[in-house]
Structure formats: C-alpha cells, structure tokens
Design a protein around this ligand. Structure first.
Ligand SMILES: [Zn+2]
Length: 171
C-alpha cells in the first residue's frame, strides 16, 4: 500500500488545489475557490498494555492493514470525537472483549506508517475491571504471552512501549 499522498482536489468543495509558500516558505496546497488549506499532520492512535497476574502481556493478531496477520498491542486510531484515553478504552473492549480503564500513561511515540505516513501513538497501562477475553473487530486472535516469548511486533511504537514496561516491572 502506498503512502497517503497530498490531495489534488479540495476536500471541502472539490476544486483543483494550487500550491503556494506560506510565511515560513513551506509549500502548502490550498483551494483557490474556498480557501481550504491542506496540512499534513500525524494521525493519533492509542495502544493498550494489559498484563495478567503472571505478568504476561496481552497481544492481538491483526485482521486489517496496516500489518494484517501480525501480533500487536490492542490499539487503534483516535476518532474525531474522543480523547486518547477514551480510544484506548474502546479499542480494548472491541478487540479483546475486556472492559477497563486507563492507568499509567506510558508515553507517546512517533512512527512512520505505510498508510497514514506518520502516526503518534499514546501508550497506556490498562486496569481490567470486567469482560472476558474474546477477539473482535480488528482482531482475529487475542492471547497472553510471556514477556520473554513475545512474537515479532511490526510497530516500533509498540516495541518501545513494551521495552518501557519490561524495564519498569523488571521483566
Ligand atoms: Zn475548496
């Protein structure tokens, strides 16, 4: 899949976009009809760290791109009407069937994306309060892994989050 390229047409009115430098000499694509300007920003995502009583880490097997078929932390892109915290809570429930809330904020991590060019992932340690483990939505499988037997995870942000957790919990 290709990177999302700059649009050629206005996303608001459909007019063909023109280019001009802004005050900082950065080339911007803008609409001569309605004034809409295209700004490329990183897409926000949230990722969940869930550990069981044996300090095993919950991973899901991804159904969809990017990286379909790979294992990853339960995660997803932040919708326009939610916070990163709300995103973590709803992605956890959708992908794993577990209900919970966010505990410690682990940090945020930038990475390049095959679809969205650049993503910023907010990592949270999750407290589980209910539900039962069952893969759903973007996940075809969900299971706990021992920290020293984790499968390959293709997202650098997830690997950084896991490295921080391992250090913090001395695993
Ligand atoms: Zn326009």
């Amino acid at each position: 899949m290709q990177y999302l390229n700059k649009p050629n047409y206005c996303l608001s009115c459909g007019e063909k976009l023109l280019q001009k430098p802004d005050e900082n000499n950065k080339i911007r694509h803008y609409c001569p009809a309605c004034g809409w300007t295209y700004y490329a920003n990183p897409i926000p995502a949230a990722a969940c760290v869930v550990m069981n009583n044996e300090n095993e880490l919950l991973l899901i097997k991804r159904k969809n791109e990017p990286k379909s078929g790979s294992w990853a932390l339960p995660s997803g892109y932040v919708e326009i009407d939610e916070t990163a915290v709300e995103c973590a809570v709803h992605e956890l429930e959708e992908e794993t069937g577990l209900i919970g809330n966010t505990g410690k904020f682990i940090g945020y991590f930038f990475e390049n994306s095959s679809i969205y060019k650049r993503v910023i992932t907010f990592g949270f340690l999750m407290n589980i309060t209910g539900g039962s483990l069952k893969p759903g939505d973007d996940a075809v499988a969900a299971r706990y892994y021992q920290m020293n037997e984790l499968p390959d995870i293709p997202f650098s942000s997830h690997n950084k989050i896991i490295a921080i957790i391992k250090k913090e919990f001395d695993l």
